[in-house]
Design a protein around this ligand. Structure first.
Ligand code: ADP
Ligand code: MG
Length: 475
């Protein structure tokens, strides 16, 4: 019986199918066509150069064993690659590459002629322009000018600024900014991208969310345009990838990003990343990627303190040309402390309400309106607010709570504040300690115990605490 290439390949596929996950089989093996069988040399056609590289990198051993199983010890595999051609109408060219003989990975004996297609299909490419020009996807609303600086973001902001002045030319490559949601990561990276575009208009800057990157990649696998996908990303001078925690568990996407990252990094292109966790806590992201994330600078965004939150609200009011009474702004800033999106949201709903009802917003109205908002937001009462109330009550300056002072009335205010922070907020002992000049968690435990003991034994003290608690609940 004369074996045809198709029959041999069909047999190979049966073996392969049992040895790779279904999704990988569909992605990487179904699109392959058997072309030719010449003695013990089987030629298969793959849709792109990237496809070939991928097979060689991930499946070379499996392919080699399978082919030998089917065609004997002398068996060889050759690839026929469909290369995108510069002119859209001309037929696809093919190049022939033998499979790597020893399974030690690529580096084929025949040099690979890499043709970069001039017509890259990608949603971000603005069509019709001679030179490839990328729509940066930047939002000009988010600039450095309207990003309020505070202790909470100083490092990230100044690193971002340095990168914007010298993209690819600082040791902050990649620059990774991390922190919980709503603290300004997206804002900051848009600001970086925008500033680079202003200073270096010729640079190709791209902002993309990791989720969108993944969707694009999956789409390109489906359409056999992975080559385009990869080529496109290699054109970029400044790649801003937002929310990389979305890569968790997505191995193929991580794999291609790993390649893109390496290419860009090697050619001194700037990479900016954001994540909701520090690299060490990004479970489901491969170590080789995580280790690269740490090559440059990792900077976190922390929860803004009360003053910074006030400044953010004032900045927003100034941008929108609106005014709210000082006590209302303070009230909002006191009560919403962990997510700046909620902070702005609260202000927007106050404004909407005031416009609709043609009514000035005063504090009682604001309290009334934000009741649900604040209950639903992550915390009802902030540690800073507790500190402020306690210090007002005992008429001592707030700063002293954070100092080393052991004066009796300060110690008392400090311990009561810690106790109330423990019982009225969801903050951890560690975080409470941080709000008191970086004291450690055992100090907080000690304070809570002391206060509890005093409540039990000292009538006057108990009355103080009850009084302050009443005030807290009224706010
Ligand atoms: P993240 O990406 O970390 O979830 P965003 O960048 O989307 O957060 O920020 C949420 C909102 O808070 C945005 O409207 C942003 O402009 C605003 N914001 C956060 N931090 C600041 C800041 N320091 N100065 C001004 N606005 C801020
Ligand atoms: Mg974001």
């Amino acid at each position: 019986m004369i074996e045809t290439s198709t029959a041999v390949w069909e047999n190979c596929l049966k073996i392969i199918k049992d040895n790779v996950p279904t999704q990988s089989f569909k992605t990487w093996f179904e699109p392959i066509k058997a072309l030719k069988l010449d003695g013990s040399v089987l030629t298969i056609q793959v849709p792109s150069l990237f496809f070939y590289e991928w097979l060689e990198e991930h499946y070379v051993n499996l392919l080699r064993k399978t082919i030998k199983h089917e065609l004997g010890a002398d068996a060889r595999l050759e690839y026929n690659i469909v290369v995108d051609n510069a002119t859209a109408n001309s037929k696809a060219q093919t190049i022939n590459i033998p499979a790597s003989p020893n399974g030690e990975l690529k580096n084929p004996s025949v040099p690979i002629p890499v043709t970069v297609p001039s017509s890259i299909r990608n949603p971000f490419v603005i069509p019709g322009l001679k030179k490839i020009n990328i729509d940066s996807q930047l939002n000009s609303k988010y600039s450095f000018d309207n990003f309020v600086e505070g202790d909470c973001n100083r490092l990230a902001r100044s690193a971002g600024f340095a990168v914007a002045n010298k993209p690819g030319g600082t040791s902050f490559n990649p620059l990774m900014i991390y922190g919980p949601t709503g603290l300004g990561k997206t804002h900051l990276v848009h600001a970086i991208g925008g500033a680079i575009k202003d200073r270096f208009p010729e640079k190709q800057v791209l902002y993309v969310n990791a989720e969108k990157f993944t969707q694009q990649f999956v789409e390109s696998m489906k359409n056999n345009t992975i080559n385009d996908f990869k080529n496109f990303y290699q054109l970029i001078d400044v790649l801003i990838l937002d929310d990389v925690h979305n890569f968790a568990g997505k191995e193929k996407t991580q794999d291609i990003f790993f390649h893109i990252f390496n290419e860009l990094h090697q050619t001194n292109k700037q990479i900016v990343l954001t994540s909701d966790k520090p690299p060490k806590d990004l479970i489901g992201v491969e170590d080789r990627l995580l280790s690269r994330f740490k090559w440059g600078l990792t900077a976190d965004l922390q929860i803004p303190d009360f003053e910074t939150r006030m400044a953010i609200l004032y900045k927003k009011m100034q941008l929108d040309g609106i005014e709210l009474p000082q006590d209302v702004v303070e009230y909002v800033a006191h009560n919403i402390d962990s997510n700046m999106r909620d902070l702005e949201g609260a202000m927007v709903s106050l404004l909407a309400h005031s416009t609709l009802n043609k009514k000035e917003i005063d504090l009682p109205l604001a309290k009334q309106m934000l009741k649900n908002f604040i209950k639903n937001s992550s915390k009802e009462i902030s540690i800073e607010y507790i500190q402020k109330l306690v210090c007002e009550y005992f008429e001592v300056p707030v700063e002293l709570l954070k100092s080393q002072t052991r004066k009796r009335e300060i110690v008392q205010a400090r311990q009561i504040s810690m106790y109330l922070a423990k019982s009225h907020t969801k903050s951890s002992l560690k975080s409470i300690g941080m709000h008191f000049g970086g004291r450690d968690h055992s100090t907080v435990i000690y304070a809570c115990q002391t206060v509890e003991d005093l409540i039990d034994t000292d009538k006057k003290f108990r009355a103080y605490v009850a009084d302050i608690q009443k005030k807290l609940k009224l706010s």
